[in-house]
Ligand binder design. Structure first.
Ligand SMILES: *Cc1c(COP(=O)(O)O)cnc(C)c1O
Length: 467
């Protein structure tokens, strides 16, 4: 009989997986290994390392989808090897993308959805940049036509915008004219706009669902202020709505709230299909109210894949999976299904908020929950422990609940945020609240860590809520 020899490749496959040589030593970290590894062995190594990222279902730190049904995953896998940009090769993927943004144009009350324009993107960041680029080019064209300089464009927005807006301004040379938030104005208000908008303003950004707190900025009020400004000064300044999260919540649970294309001032809207659009990352959407607000030069006609492929994205190749699954979710759930899903998340969030409100050590930030996001901070009387200690304590039970300071003038306020998504059942929320109570009781008794708990990302910068 030939003896089993773990160094003989043919014998490796019968070797119990955790006794294989690769699993008995540290694998190379930053240099590609010289030799191949059996797929099962490599799978085990990568799977185990990925597991250290925590349990996605206990992650309350993100808006991004962490649960989909099995049929969605079937389609995800089946279409992962199709390149969405290759519209000639994969005309059905392209057609599904078209159907999706048309459905969004309709959901968001575009005056005539067949004359709207839209595209899928990698996420809201890319979508926001496209919306902002259209505003910048539209402004430049108008300035040129009037014989005016196109130097020094600016974009007006709250200081509580998501980082993608600062990126846009930095990458595309536009001044980020941010309106600071403070106690008097915890979010952008219409009355503030006249002090910030001028003839070099390419547009104003309103946020439907501020990342830090989940609060809605008053979009109709911003639109009305810009209408009044135009009547006064002749400046025609478009409004873009960053509805990364709220764009798939408000239409279902607050259908009478006017924040979308019902307001003529709103030229474009972005949302993240991978947030409350209920698709695993990464897909985003941008829709313009009508094709004529998109400068023609933004649409590229690519011939070399065969046929005419209109493209207006920053990115090129991407898997068809996310768009295919977005279409599946629209079909699977319909408006009623989306309403049920979002209402269920909102109900769970409101229940958690009620529980938080009953704890004397904690106080809620903001009054009414528009989105399924619960933001709270420690009561002023609490000493000896802080929000970071609560976050750390919850970590011991696997829960990821970030603590972070609010932006600029409110940066002395540290808050904790719990984002409730499809997949956090009321039952699981009960366990979360029980762990929160335990964490607070423990800190009450033992105090917190003396270290001031600012978290840093791997580049050493203080962390803010990104997604
Ligand atoms: C998440 C978020 C973004 C960025 O979206 P991605 O899809 O992660 O690129 C932009 N704006 C707001 C308000 C967000 O919540």
């Amino acid at each position: 009989m030939v003896r089993f020899d773990p160094d003989r490749p043919a014998d490796l496959e019968i070797c119990p997986v955790f006794a294989r040589p690769e699993l008995m030593r540290t694998v190379p970290r930053y240099r590609m290994p010289d030799e191949p590894t059996l797929p099962d062995t490599a799978y085990q190594i990568v799977h185990d390392e990925a597991q250290l990222d925590g349990n996605a279902r206990q992650n309350l730190a993100t808006f991004v989808t962490t649960w989909m049904d099995e049929r969605a995953y079937d389609l995800y896998r089946e279409t992962a090897d199709r390149n969405l940009i290759d519209k000639d090769e994969y005309p059905m993927a392209a057609e599904m993308e078209h159907r999706c943004w048309r459905m969004l144009a309709d959901l968001w009350h575009a005056p005539s959805p067949e004359h709207a324009l839209g595209t899928s993107t990698v996420g809201s960041s890319e979508a926001a940049m496209l919306g902002a680029l259209a505003m910048k080019k539209r402004w430049q064209a108008a300035r040129r036509a009037a014989g005016e300089s196109t130097d020094s464009p600016n974009l007006v927005m709250s200081s509580a915008v998501q980082v993608c807006w600062e990126k846009f301004c930095n990458y595309f040379d536009v001044e980020a004219r941010t309106v600071p938030i403070d106690d008097e104005h915890p979010m952008l208000r219409g009355e503030q706009l006249a002090g910030y908008v001028d003839e070099r303003t390419i547009g104003v950004v309103g946020i439907l669902g501020v990342t830090y707190t989940g609060a809605y900025e008053p979009i109709a009020e911003l639109a009305a202020a810009l209408d009044a400004l135009e009547a006064d000064t002749g400046l025609d300044v478009p409004l873009h709505v960053d509805a990364a999260s709220g764009g798939m919540i408000a239409p279902f649970v607050d259908p009478s709230l006017e924040w979308d294309f019902r307001l003529d001032r709103v030229h474009s809207i972005n949302t993240s299909g991978h947030k409350y659009g209920l698709v695993a990352p990464g897909v985003g959407w941008v829709v313009w109210r009508s094709a004529d607000v998109v400068p023609e030069e933004m649409v590229f006609h690519v011939a070399y894949l065969g046929g005419d492929t209109p493209s207006l994205t920053l990115n090129f190749s991407r898997p068809a999976s996310q768009v295919t699954v977005q279409y599946y979710q629209f079909l699977r759930l319909g408006r009623t299904g989306y309403r049920q899903v979002q209402q269920a998340s909102l109900d769970v969030a409101r229940w958690i908020a009620d529980q938080v409100a009953q704890m004397p050590e904690l106080e809620l930030v903001g009054d009414r929950l528009s989105m399924p996001v619960v933001t709270w901070r420690l009561a002023p009387e609490v000493t000896g422990w802080d929000a970071y200690d609560v976050s750390n304590q919850l970590r011991t039970g696997g829960w990821q609940v970030p603590a972070y300071p609010l932006p600029d003038n409110l940066s002395d306020r540290t808050v904790l945020r719990m984002v409730v998504r499809n997949g956090l059942s009321r039952d699981l929320a009960d366990d979360l609240v029980a762990d929160l109570r335990r964490a607070v009781a423990y800190l009450h008794k033992h105090g917190g860590d003396d270290e001031q708990g600012t978290r840093f990302d791997h580049l050493g910068r203080g962390a803010a809520p990104g997604s």
